[in-house]
Write a protein that binds this ligand. Structure first.
Ligand code: NOJ
Ligand code: CA
Length: 535
């Protein structure tokens, strides 16, 4: 059961730890109540001190902001509320000085209904943009199998297919299997879809040339319609990756797809595990159904197999080709990681997240266990997601150090809980979540075995038992990790097939790994972890 070493992978991703910034809520530098690019620049030393080496910034482009910026009206211009293209260039450059690379969000599948391309596309007269979006052949064709249709919204005698909300018309990448009875469904190589693909490349080139290190790709698996196995969409991304490899070989893409076995062979450097259709990712930190228990729950009633039985085949299918990214959360996910968890519980979670293979992503605020807020009215199309998008809590001042605007003018209110976590308080406490995260990131960066392509093998992982033990290995270095999220001690004997004669403590509980005449055992107190180097 010893871990096998996979082939080495792309250089800077190997030791990367990413941090997602929802720019609205991170840091407002000019007191208008909304976060901005200068606010991010101001906080680069903090991010550097945390040890992160990559940022993903949610869409920061011109937009009516009816879906928080995922409704773009100009792909080539930073939204004035965040700053200018020059500010973004400065952010790229300043971040790079600290060894931090910045990824933007590529909303490839749709635009805002206010985008000039779409306005042209809505017109009766044929023009350059007529086929850039997906239109039915008549306004009376007002339904289509498995697709939403927005009816009667144009001068043009046709209806359009939106991608998400009704004001996000789908760009036309064509249909993998156009329905012969619906001739408005175009093939992927029709002139409209070809022009859209070229434009997407132009957008990517524009930001690469300004200094972007890559993109997180929104709804990456949904570009080509009626593509049930994702093959036509994968082929499209394969072309993009081939082009990037030629012209921008040091840039990277991470997909919002949650099907690494498709996305990574297609060309994505990384794919997120997300709480979509399958329960594996969700089962780690969030109940998969009412009454269910997450694995990282102190009751110890969760089941690590729910995650592993899904993860391991995906890991095996993508090893050596790209990385699975396990995020702490994101701007779409409630509850937040910190909801209902104390610093000890969070330390066990981070011991896991920061020692798993692939590339970790930390959602802003999760490094201090920031909590979501319930019951808020929807902000910018956030609906149930709004509570996970609150202003970052920097300090104890009334605006939490997020802004200097009067409370009523903030993008979203500050969490009013008296015990809301803050960066300032946690900086002072060596056992805070913030300092634990810092220590574990440093540990990951000091040990190749813990990094992206270090091999992974489970050692003890049984349904009905809280203890989970696994091995990581790279270039002769071997590290064993044990986590116990349960509020009771646990113990297990390691299988005799795992051979080593010494265990040197790197982090967490000392003396957790013990050897006797029968071999090795692991003993962990309630809610604890241990990381050891073995030889
Ligand atoms: C996924 C994004 O993460 C989400 O915030 C957005 O609303 C949809 N895609 C539509 O772009
Ligand atoms: Ca501002």
């Amino acid at each position: 059961m010893n871990a096998v070493e996979p082939s080495p992978a792309a250089d800077w991703l190997e030791h990367a730890v990413f941090y997602e910034i929802y720019p609205q809520s991170f840091r407002d530098s000019n007191g208008d109540g909304i976060g901005d690019l200068h606010g991010i620049i101001e906080k680069l030393p903090y991010l550097h001190s945390l040890g992160v080496t990559g940022l993903w910034i949610n869409p920061c482009f011109e937009s009516p902001f009816r879906d928080a910026g995922y409704d773009i009206s100009d792909f080539y211009r930073v939204a004035p509320r965040y700053g200018t293209n020059e500010d973004l260039r400065t952010l790229f450059a300043e971040a790079r000085k600290l060894g931090i690379r910045v990824m933007l969000d590529l909303v490839a599948g749709h635009t805002s209904d206010q985008h000039p391309w779409f306005r042209e596309s809505q017109r009766h007269e044929r023009n350059r943009y007529t086929d850039w979006y997906i239109w039915t052949d008549s306004v009376w064709t007002w339904s289509a199998p498995n697709q939403q249709v927005v009816v009667g919204a144009a001068e043009r005698d046709a209806n359009y297919i939106p991608n998400f909300f009704y004001f996000q018309p789908a760009l036309n990448y064509g249909y993998a299997q156009p329905d012969p009875k619906a001739p408005w469904q175009q093939a992927v190589d029709a002139p409209g879809p070809r022009a859209v693909r070229e434009e997407l490349k132009k957008i990517m080139r524009f930001w690469f040339d300004l200094g972007a290190s890559g993109f997180r790709v929104d709804m990456a698996g949904s570009l080509v319609k009626n593509d049930p196995d994702g093959r036509a969409t994968a082929a499209l991304w394969h072309d993009f990756r081939t082009w990037m490899h030629r012209e921008y070989p040091d840039r990277a893409m991470v997909s919002e797809w949650s099907q690494p076995q498709v996305a990574i062979p297609a060309g994505f450097h990384m794919d997120f595990l997300l709480p979509f259709s399958k329960p594996g990712y969700k089962s780690l930190f969030r109940p998969t159904a009412p009454g269910a228990t997450a694995y990282f729950d102190p009751s110890g009633l969760g089941d690590i197999r729910q995650f592993l039985d899904e993860f391991e085949p995906l890991y095996a299918a993508t090893k050596g080709q790209g990385f699975i990214a396990i995020p702490t959360g994101n701007h779409d996910t409630v509850p937040r990681l910190g909801d209902g968890k104390d610093p000890r519980e969070l330390a066990v979670v981070y011991a896991f997240l920061l020692t798993m293979p692939g590339v970790p992503f930390i959602y802003y605020g999760d490094e201090i266990g920031m909590r979501s807020v319930a019951g808020l009215p929807s902000k910018e199309g956030g609906f149930g997601r709004t509570g996970a998008r609150m202003p970052m809590q920097w300090d104890a001042s009334p605006d939490a150090g997020f802004s200097t605007a009067p409370a009523g003018r903030l993008y979203l209110p500050i969490d009013s809980a008296a015990d809301r976590p803050t960066v300032a308080a946690q900086e002072m406490d060596p056992h805070s979540t913030l300092n634990t995260v810092r220590t574990l990131i440093a540990l990951r960066q000091a040990h190749p075995a813990l990094q992206a392509s270090g091999a992974f093998a489970e050692v003890v992982a049984r349904s009905g038992e809280a203890l989970f033990v696994y091995e990581r290995a790279s270039r002769g270095e071997r590290i064993m990790v044990a986590v116990n999220p349960a509020a009771r001690p646990c113990e297990a004997r390691l299988p005799a097939t795992v051979e080593f004669s010494e265990a040197r403590q790197l982090a967490g509980e000392a003396g957790a790994f013990q050897c006797d005449a029968q071999g090795w055992t692991v003993q962990l107190p309630a809610v604890s972890y241990a990381v050891v180097e073995i030889e």
